[in-house]
Design a protein around this ligand. Structure first.
Ligand code: 5RP
Length: 218
């Protein structure tokens, strides 16, 4: 199977976790795009979705799936999203698509986080993928200096503005041995909106597309 076939297989498998008459939390990215396309096949059985980005909202609406404002939703049973890296402890790096803040908000509301990914995303230690940090524009240089103090090499993602009007610093050369601690440390820097470590609230279920089939890890 190609990488895209593995992503698509994981996305289709994730439909098994969607209950009838519920609102589904939807992430962002190429794996999630396969999930949105699959979700369209059961759109008459669900109430609709809450989306984590303008990109996903557009795709959901194009399929005729109603998109709800998160503020109007009390309960989300599941949130389905991809990852840039994931460990066996279900800690993730996310934000390759710059949607990390809204992803983290929707994930916080959901009872279950279902991560869908191809097996290239599984790692022993997080950090080979540069860690995205969403930053208020005027704080960019200050936050970058603070990230250097934490041992990273931040690089400004040129030409990218998030859905929230902010910028992204991608932090290279981190070997993240304690993701929960680093997640909290980076979020405590003034000017940081959030960072792409999803460890304090990691995934509950990993649906992994592998060359020899699908693995569901809980
Ligand atoms: C977007 C994300 C994505 O989930 C992550 O980048 C994985 O993307 P893809 O499914 O395209 O590999 O966090 O902000």
């Amino acid at each position: 199977m190609t990488q895209n076939e593995m992503k698509k297989a994981a996305a289709i498998k994730a439909l098994e976790f969607i209950e009838n008459d519920t609102i589904v939390g939807v992430g962002t990215g190429s794996t999630v795009n396969f999930f949105i396309d699959a979700l369209a096949s059961i759109k008459n059985k669900i109430c609709g979705a809450v989306s984590s980005s303008e990109e996903s909202t557009k795709r959901l609406k194009a399929h005729g799936i109603e998109v709800f404002d998160l503020n109007s939703v009390d309960v989300l049973d599941v949130y389905v999203d991809g990852a840039d890296e994931i460990t066996r402890h279900m800690a993730m790096i996310k934000g390759g698509g710059a949607a990390l803040t809204r992803e983290k908000i929707v994930a916080a509301v959901a009872k279950k986080f279902i991560c869908i990914a191809d097996d290239s995303k599984q790692v022993a230690v997080l950090g080979s993928f540069p860690l995205p940090v969403e930053v208020i524009p005027m704080a960019r240089s200050y936050v970058a200096r603070e990230l250097v103090k934490l041992g990273g090499d931040p690089v400004y993602r040129q030409g990218v503005t998030t859905d929230n009007g902010n910028v992204i610093l991608d932090v290279h050369n981190l070997q993240i041995l304690d993701p929960k601690v680093l997640e909290a440390q980076i979020n405590a820097i003034v000017g940081v909106v959030t960072n792409g470590l999803f460890a304090l609230r990691g995934a509950d279920i990993l649906v992994l597309g592998c060359s020899d089939g699908i693995k569901v890890i809980q």
